[in-house]
Design a protein around this ligand. Structure first.
Ligand SMILES: Nc1nc2c(ncn2[C@@H]2O[C@H](COP(=O)(O)OP(=O)(O)OP(=O)(O)O)[C@@H](O)[C@H]2O)c(=O)[nH]1
Length: 444
């Protein structure tokens, strides 16, 4: 029995949103996520009792919510099933899938993959003195995540100011954080007046499901109400099918099962599909989500598909599934608008970081620096710059050094935005403006 419950059919009929929970290490992402699952009835009672008793025994009761996530991670590592891939909870209006559970060692890398699919983000910042300051400091992950979210086009954001119990639910501290974070957000291109800030305590539960009696000075909605007030994104049903592959399994009795999220188009049972860049062709035998069989999968659906004619070894994470009449685009070169987040010196032609785009990672070389732009207005300020450095926004031409599927950001945002990483750091993020396609022959 898994520690988290799977949604019932009614929950899956609700509009679906993908939520990224982001923030600096130790600010309380896991605790808050565990709390949300618990408050919405998505934690198995028996399993949670065990966790509670264990936490009590060790005198670590504050940890019990985060341990829900730890337990889940263990379950995933032990034996992967399709339905354990997606953890979710429901509010009165939506069903939320939490993409990329917090607490991962290489969180930023996963964040990039995750954020490329997020419809909204919940930024968790700690009110504890010092912790908030570190989170938004030069090395702060709250800063880094905000920048990435913005550049990857995730515009819906909720800020949870957590650990309010630690600062005696002090309104002044909350206002100060709102003010300081607001300034940073403005710098990164957000309008902080449009972003809701909420004071919470993940440990005591204040303002999560019910209004806090400790913070009568806060008149806004609870966290669950804020989640309910998010807007569903437009779903690209009329575009060609694109489903980036997250994982592939060989399931005894079933054969090859490919897991991913449909980003555009509609995938139907019985469809003939093509996997790019390998150009392997197969047929869809069944589509499943959260343990239920579906007739089709639409944009936003996270599904496992059982396919005939494609071997497990023919598909890998980062490939993209499409249909034969409009197969996914394999790029020979791309032109992109990039923002340089972090680089110790300067970036010139020849620089080869790793591009993270949808679920793919591929070494990609800068082959031309076309122009430098004013970050605020988007106007060209310099043609053919020699170098790019931290803070610069530029149009560049790049060449993926291995075949990879991408699309123009304007056509399919989820396949057209990327981050560039080098030596464990996020160097830049960008959007694809033009693609020079590679020739790939599809044999049917
Ligand atoms: N007092 C108090 N402590 C909290 C609260 N939320 C989290 N904590 C504590 O803060 C510490 C870090 O919490 P986590 O939930 O593990 O933080 P995280 O952001 O998920 O950390 P990583 O997964 O390591 O990035 C733990 O000791 C929690 O018990 C809160 O609202 N109040």
């Amino acid at each position: 029995m898994s520690i988290v419950k799977q949604p019932q059919a009614d929950a899956l009929k609700k509009p679906h949103l993908n939520l990224a929970v982001v923030g600096h290490i130790d600010n309380g992402k896991s605790t808050l996520t565990g709390r949300l699952l618990l408050e919405t009835g998505y934690v198995d009672e028996k399993g949670f009792k065990e966790i509670e008793e264990e936490a009590k025994k060790l005198g670590k009761e504050d940890f019990k919510y985060a341990w829900i996530l730890d337990r889940l991670k263990e379950e995933r590592e032990r034996g992967i099933t399709i339905d354990a891939m997606h953890v979710g909870f429901e509010t009165s209006k939506y069903f939320f899938t939490i993409i990329d559970l917090p607490g991962h060692r290489d969180f930023v890398k996963n964040m990039i993959v995750g954020a490329s699919q997020a419809d909204a983000a919940l930024l968790v910042v700690s009110a504890r003195p010092g912790e908030f300051e570190a989170a938004i400091g030069p090395q702060g992950q709250a800063r880094e995540h905000l920048f990435l979210l913005k550049t990857l086009g995730v515009n819906q954001l909720i800020v949870a100011v957590n650990k309010m119990d630690v600062v005696n639910f002090d309104q002044k501290r909350f206002e100060q954080i709102k003010n300081d974070l607001g300034k940073l957000m403005r710098l990164l291109g957000y309008d902080p007046t449009k972003v809701p800030f909420i004071p919470v305590s993940a440990v005591t539960g204040d303002n999560i499901k019910s209004k806090s009696t400790n913070m009568s000075w806060y008149n806004g909605p609870t966290l669950l109400e804020l989640l309910d007030a998010l807007q569903p994104p437009p779903r690209l049903t009329d575009k060609p099918l694109r489903m980036p592959v997250q994982d592939v399994f060989s399931v005894t009795g079933a054969g090859t099962v490919i897991v991913g999220r449909v980003e555009s188009g509609v995938l139907k049972n019985g469809d003939r599909i093509v996997v790019m860049p390998s150009a392997k062709v197969g047929d869809v035998r069944s589509i499943e989500t959260h343990h239920m069989k579906l007739d089709d999968a639409k944009p936003g659906d996270n599904v496992g598909i059982n396919v005939r004619g494609i071997d497990k070894n023919d598909v890998k994470r980062g490939d993209v599934i499409g249909q034969l009449n409009a197969p996914p685009t394999v790029a020979d070169e791309i032109v992109a608008r990039v923002v340089i987040l972090e680089h110790p010196t300067a970036i010139g032609v020849g620089y080869t970081p790793v591009m993270h785009v949808h679920t793919a990672t591929v070494p990609t070389q800068f082959i031309e620096l076309i122009s430098k732009l004013d970050p605020r207005t988007g106007q060209t300020v310099e043609q053919k710059p020699q170098f790019l450095k931290k803070g610069d926004v530029a149009i560049v031409r790049m060449k993926p050094l291995k075949p990879v599927v991408v699309e123009k950001y304007s056509d399919m945002p989820a396949l057209g935005r990327f981050a560039l990483r080098d030596m464990g750091r996020t160097v830049a993020a960008g959007q694809i403006i033009e693609i020079k396609p590679a020739k790939v022959e599809i044999k049917t």
